[in-house]
Design a protein around this ligand. Sequence first.
Ligand SMILES: NC(=O)c1ccc[n+]([C@@H]2O[C@H](COP(=O)([O-])OP(=O)(O)OC[C@H]3O[C@@H](n4cnc5c(N)ncnc54)[C@H](O)[C@@H]3O)[C@@H](O)[C@H]2O)c1
Length: 387
Amino acid sequence: MDSQETKSRINWVRSSGRLLNAIADEFGRSRPFRDVTIGTGIHLEPKTAALLLTLRAGGARVVATGNLSSTQPTTVDYLRDRHIDVFAETTTDAATHDASLSRVLAERPDLLLDNGGDLFARFEDAPYPGLIGGTEETTSGRMRLEPMRDRLAMPILVINDSPIKQFAENKHAVGQSIFESYMRLTNRSTNGKRVTVFGYGACGQGVAACFRSAYSTVSVVDVDPVATLAAHFDGYATPQRRDALRTADLIVTETGGVDVITADDIDDLKDGVILMNGGHFPTEIAVSNIATSDAVTGRERYQGEGIESLRLADGRVVHILTDGNMANLAGPRALGNSIESMDIGFALQARCLEHVALGKASAADCVVPVPADIDARVAQDYLALNR
Ligand SMILES: NC(=O)c1ccc[n+]([C@@H]2O[C@H](COP(=O)([O-])OP(=O)(O)OC[C@H]3O[C@@H](n4cnc5c(N)ncnc54)[C@H](O)[C@@H]3O)[C@@H](O)[C@H]2O)c1
């Protein structure tokens, strides 16, 4: 995106995020972050820009960096123009990314907004006086920080553990976004297609529901018998893994695991099957293992389309979307999850940072879920604005 497109996109996101807008107005009056520096380490793209500007509206000095590989330079320019100090570049190099994280911490922020535990883990290695606490966006960050609880000993609220985040984002938004990505990338119909969803957690439930409502025949494969039973009760077919592979026109992985589909499965895949990943790691579909298998005799990349087709020795074809990366965040014009789901998730972020800044959380609240009263408030506010 060029800078004008980015500006338009961020402006659209900001105008659509009604909850965050209302909070920014309120923060402009209450100034909960007056004289506070907030260090952030979260993707620098249009939706997070709206969050960082909300914190700034509350009086914070914001010093920001991004995450590995996702920083959008035009978003960085937009934020710099609006008095956010950004230390970030688009990089897949861990050492370069580390240097950006260190630059944020060198500003000795009073609060941290972390994504994956990068900032808190570095703080734990090299502490400085004055850090009050902050937030962690993800489950993987929570798992990384839990063993450090005794040493961190400060309030750190974990956003992803909110029940709101689970249903609003992981279930509904990921389902819609993966469905939208399938349509946008392939331009194929869903009617009468056999779709198999691997993984029936919150994300898989949303994906399965979206394809079912679009007239596909959906089946679910999960390694956990309880999750499989839940899929059965929800009315999905739950075939044996191999039977599912043999009949699926589209396979979506949503497990959080690795090597869910590998070269060992090639013989079982149906001619023309499309493989699509919605899970966090690009290793759910073992793309290079499949593509370099002896069974593959030809490869065609549809340049700019996010599709690669593999021709097999027996004439069958297997299509892989976005090289096995999260299909709703990779590929052409990836939009990610809906603005509303991010609006509600970032409202939780803003309220949790306010909670910590105002001294309403203690060291005992180290790596704990969002407080229930914040969940209730965000839910009420969202309903009031959207009824
Ligand atoms: N694309 C996005 O925008 C987005 C957003 C949020 C989360 N995610 C990612 O989606 C993935 C799923 O998230 P979730 O919240 O639903 O997780 P979850 O842990 O609630 O559910 C995962 C399910 O997959 C099952 N599973 C694990 N390995 C399997 C395998 N090999 N085969 C079949 N089933 C298997 C588990 O038993 C579980 O039921 C995670 O990687 C998460 O980070 C993606």
